[in-house]
Ligand binder design. Structure first.
Ligand code: SAM
Length: 277
């Protein structure tokens, strides 16, 4: 009976996602004011700075980086693509995987121009912003696959699509809390993705704080598990991850643009089971 209830609430979340609109989602979250590169307090530059630091402080290495629930976005792998030679993107929806393929194949028709993002990350790396085409080429070169994923399955990606040793590093941004019906499902999903990580690998998690819904398109209201920092840390501890660093961003009033009720964002860097390295 309890099992049936869990399945129903997960199925209800999946049903919400059938109306997800990648172009609208990108417009809501990845254009100014949320992606204003002239402002240090804009949300996207904050996320990019956290990712840049996490990938360049020397403790993260290996061959394979996997991004869980990529959606239609690339910002989350623009630093990691310089450290890893192989990158796998994943999403639940074919419409998002298509959006990713469009940019990777460089054939036009993308819903967002990622150039200002590439320029910004080049600057974080100490390069000139004009080096952005090299970063775009690097990113296109290292992506080896775009896979379907379901974090509610104990095996979130198809068997044999990842090496049996697991990924060296996982990234996941705004996915688990916005696809889970409640906190226990969020914690279980963390456990499921953890199985994709090699012992001692790293997990970079970015997520919403205090959010109860967001719009995935016009009129597409998607429920979110409202989290606080303590709950994030406790869920990760329960699942066996060791916290390396947690950073929190509070949304300035003018970033609250009516597309969700998020109040803050967390960035967390963790080490998986086994000793880090
Ligand atoms: C809020 S978006 C996050 C997208 C992107 N990572 C970002 O940072 O903007 C949530 C993503 O989770 C995906 N998703 C929905 N259900 C999922 C599931 N059961 N397992 C994994 N991902 C799922 C959606 O398709 C969507 O792309």
């Amino acid at each position: 009976m309890e099992e049936k209830g869990k399945e129903n609430s997960i199925a209800a979340m999946a049903a919400c996602y059938q109306k997800f609109d990648p172009a609208a989602y990108l417009q809501y979250n990845y254009t100014p004011p949320r992606a204003d590169f002239t402002r240090k307090d804009s949300i996207v530059p904050w996320k990019l700075a956290c990712l840049h630091r996490a990938f360049t402080e020397g403790d993260v290495s290996g061959e394979l980086l996997v991004d869980i629930g990529s959606g239609p976005t690339f910002y989350q792998v623009m630093s990691g693509c310089e450290v890893f030679n192989k990158l796998i993107l994943t999403d639940f929806l074919e419409i998002n995987r298509q959006e990713l393929r469009r940019w990777l194949q460089d054939e036009g028709g993308c819903s967002l121009d990622w150039t200002p993002y590439l320029e910004h990350v080049c600057k974080l790396e100490g390069r000139r912003s004009s080096a952005w085409p090299e970063k775009a080429t690097r990113l296109r070169q290292v992506v080896s696959d775009i896979l379907p994923v379901d974090v509610h399955c104990s095996q979130p990606v198809a068997p044999d699509s990842l090496p049996s040793t697991g990924a060296d590093c996982l990234v996941s941004c705004f996915c688990l809390e916005s696809v889970s019906p409640d906190l226990p499902a969020f914690t279980r999903a963390l456990g499921h993705i953890g199985k994709l990580l090699r012992p001692g690998g790293h997990l970079m998690l970015i997520g919403a704080l205090g959010e109860s819904y967001y719009f995935g398109g016009p009129g597409v209201r998607i429920p979110v598990v409202p989290l606080n920092e303590a709950q994030v840390c406790e869920s990760l501890r329960e699942t066996g991850y060791t916290l390396i660093r947690l950073e929190v961003y509070t949304l300035p009033q003018d970033m609250r643009v009516g597309v969700d009720d998020v109040t803050g964002v967390f960035f967390a860097k963790f080490c998986g089971l086994g000793s880090c390295g």
